[in-house]
Design a protein around this ligand. Sequence first.
Ligand SMILES: [Zn+2]
Length: 343
Amino acid sequence: MNYFFTIPSKIHFIFLLLFFSNILPAFSEPGVSVFMYHRFGEEKYPSTNVTEKQFLSHINYVLNNDIKILKLDEIIESLDRNEKLNEKAVVFTVDDAYSSFYKIAWPVFRDNNIPVTLFISTDIIDKKTKGYMSWGEIRQFINEGGSVGQHTSTHLHMPLNDISDIKKDILNSHKSWIKNIGFIPKPFAYPYGETSNEVIGVLKEFDISHAFGQHSGVVSSLDNRYYLPRFSLNERFGEKDRFEFAVNSYSLDVKNFLPIDMFLVDNKKPSIEFNIIQNLKGNSIDCFSNPGGMWNKQEIINIKKNRIQIKLNEAYLNGRARLNCTTKVDDKWYWFGYQFLVK
Ligand SMILES: [Zn+2]
């Protein structure tokens, strides 16, 4: 958690002052913080679980502080209309439909009229897998006001599979949705947050128009519709201060991000570059990443006006690699996150 509050170095400050002052538009779009849970009160699985106490602290915080809570569908509609997300808001999502969601969290969401979207891998439900909700419970959840989203059929690592297998998997999930619910939900979430440009091409063929990852960040109107960020909440990242920080963070908007594909094949130490759209008003940006399997602050080089390069201090390991960049401007924290799958 120390990567939230770091002291900008003098060198960064001077560089960024030169590069970012008075050449960029002012900050205008707070964006929406989308949260992702998996399990509730299942302390055996700390990396995908939040304790009941942590979960209730989140709900109490948004209710007691009048934080605007939106349905996932509402931000999708706003993005479709190319509207700016001008009011700071939050959205709750839950992946995989574990029984602990239905038992512990759903009654809290429902009784407080808080919208929540459940991303479901259909094959896992079709097989009546122990520890997961049944289709009967999912129908009940929908009848009581819950929303659902696609999460493939078999919860596969999408970029690591053949295109034909990915297509079969999505087709199977669509058949199951029609059979069990009567419709195909619009939103999609990648299992493990993993995707690639090739996978995105398949989604487009299936008329899927919005897809969420598992990289931290705040959704804004400028985001890639096929790689929308969500803040993952688990026992480590579910403490009250981190949750509140994510609720109140604004979107740090970037464009022309390189490397162009989030799936890195034989490219373990990529040159990461992007343009920052907003005016940082001379404030420095800090980027943390986990090359070599360790979270560290990475060196930032200004390569052009408002374009930076992140020089990784080591190569990424195979698997998921993450990047989190934050900056503080006028007492607000701005956040940009990204995830690569490295092979
Ligand atoms: Zn999942």
